[in-house]
Design a protein around this ligand. Structure first.
Ligand code: THG
Length: 281
């Protein structure tokens, strides 16, 4: 399965048989006070710095989330998209719970974006899927619905199937549906990671779709987050994760190692190139 995203000119292929695609998570106001204050001033320098740092760390796609209390994201999300696109040629993942903000951003975005996200709730499917169809965007489908979040992997699979079915009905191709199996803090629930892992495996085996997730979510509230995130990442890649949303500065080494081990990196070219970059800097 190949999901093709595009920046102004640069194409990125998320391929269930190819190397892992890294969606950089850092343009997100969670715990970044400086991002909130600079965006409130209409200053995009810091957003552009976060974009540059992640691209240098081998992000393939950038998640763009400008949500904070009181924000007018129908205005700010497209403004941020324009600022990034004026400087960088990279596909964007538009991360907002507000369909109006997503639509406004798609109107100004070049290429082919990934919408983050739709879920199995009726109002979400009805609001987001027509927008995805209209703009030819790919979508991330979160496996939660009107009943909330289930801890049963089979039920999460059923929600993924429902999202896929509804997308197909509207004429959205299956390769433009990327599923998020929901990664949650393992500090709060000892089974959280295994529920996610089993969901990844089921979606990979039964639907063959590309799979993303906010991979740093699992380590909230724990020490040594980097090693925990890396371990979870590599195990998830083995099970079918293809395009994690993560901090590339911290995760690219583990991702390159996993790709090499899984036979997706001929002559270790990508692993060696990445290792040389980081040793020389
Ligand atoms: N699924 C989908 N989209 C998502 C998530 C998901 N978008 C938002 C989030 N979850 C993924 N993005 C982030 C962004 C930042 C952090 C975690 C997830 C984060 N920040 C550090 C912290 O909290 O300590 C600070 C920054 C840093 O480490 O450099 O962890 O699940 N579809």
């Amino acid at each position: 399965m190949k999901t093709i995203l595009c920046g102004s000119t640069r194409e990125v292929i998320i391929d269930t048989n190819g190397p892992v695609i890294i969606i950089g998570e850092s343009i997100n106001p969670t715990r970044r006070k400086k991002l909130v204050s600079t965006l409130q001033e209409g200053n995009f320098e810091y957003v552009l710095e976060l974009a540059r740092i992640q691209i240098d760390a081998m992000a393939d796609v950038l998640d763009v989330n400008v949500g904070f209390p009181g924000v007018d994201d129908v205005k700010l999300l497209p403004e941020t998209v324009i600022a990034i696109q004026n400087k960088f040629d990279i596909p964007l993942c538009l991360d907002s719970p507000n369909p109006k903000a997503i639509e406004a951003a798609l109107k100004v975005a070049n290429g082919k974006c990934l919408i983050n996200s739709v879920n199995g709730e009726e109002h979400s499917l009805n609001a987001i899927l027509p927008v995805a169809k209209e703009f030819g965007a790919a979508i991330i489908g979160l496996v939660m619905d009107d009943n909330g979040i289930t801890h049963d992997p089979e039920k999460r699979l059923a929600i993924a199937e429902k999202i896929l079915e509804r997308a197909l009905k509207l004429g959205i191709k299956e390769e433009y549906v990327v599923i998020d199996p929901l990664a949650m803090a393992v500090s709060a629930d000892p089974n959280a990671c295994m529920v996610t892992m089993k969901t990844i495996r089921l979606i990979h085996q039964k639907l063959g779709l590309n799979i993303t997730m906010g991979a740093s979510n699992i380590s909230f509230g724990l020490p040594n987050r980097e090693i925990l995130n890396a371990a979870f990442m590599t195990l998830s890649i083995l099970n079918g994760l293809t395009c994690p949303i993560a901090n590339p500065e911290k995760i690219t080494a583990a991702v390159r190692a996993a790709d090499l081990i899984l036979g997706r990196d001929d002559f270790a070219m990508r692993f060696i190139e990445y290792s040389q970059r980081t040793i020389n800097v």
